[in-house]
Design a protein around this ligand. Sequence first.
Ligand code: NCD
Length: 314
Amino acid sequence: MNGFRNSDVVSIRDLSKERIGQVLNLSEKMIPYARGEKSTKVLEGRILANLFFEPSTRTRLSFESAMARLGGMVLEVSHPAATSVVKGETLADTVRMVESYADVIVLRHPHEGAARLAAHFSSKPVINAGDGAGQHPTQTILDLFTIRREKGKIEGMNVVMVGDLKYGRTAHSLAEALALFGAELTFVAPTNLQMPRETVKEVERLGHKPKLASKLEEVISRADVLYVTRIQRERFPDPSEYLKVAGSYRIDNGLLREAKKDLIVMHPLPRVDEIAPEVDNTSHAKYFQQAFNGVPVRMALLLLVLGAEADEGF
Ligand code: NCD
């Protein structure tokens, strides 16, 4: 039974371990389609509306690619300045209108809680593609998929998350999901950018005690996965606070000499200067593979939400 059909994907907390597992398994089957080695028209006649009120490259394009690979169509708003939003239209009104043009809505918005609000006003499924410093559940599923493919499992993995854990929405949803899947967590950040209390509490509720550290050098040697994030400059209320922490950590080959041979380095991208380009050519670097994984994972999610996963017997 597909428990996903017509449901919203707003927060990773909306999904049980079984449901996430269902997406991961279907994503695996989507790989040859995502690569263009097999083709299908299973979503022919279906329309996705991509509403992006904040910049995006990977998330927007991979949803678009996913829908196209399944034979569906995409409507998109990527320049909010060209829409009625500038005339003062509320998100609730925009969503009530867009739901009559499309079968599923993907929303990225600068305000935390925007996707929840949109889901409230839409009778069509709403997928959160990032709400301010809140959550980014589809990124989390592709992150889990990447770890599972690269390491063979998630449970018991020692995952070190580093960077802007305060404002980084990918870090919030991933930390909760990793706890659900039984990974060991270490959070490395300057004190004022540490993981929000609310996320730590959720991790603890799931039976884990994350370690907190401020120096990567202290924890790198035990890591199986290093998840690097960008300092979210756009979320700092005070630019001088950003300047104090900008460039405060950088992953380079010198640091990786201390790491396990099979450590994988991940990053949701875009990177600024957190990972030196020299790392790209090492076997640790998995961030471009991770970006590709966004396509099969979003294909799987769209099939499930639109209730079409059984149509071709995937
Ligand atoms: C992230 C985001 O938008 O939260 N990007 C992404 O979706 N891959 C990370 C970031 O902007 O730093």
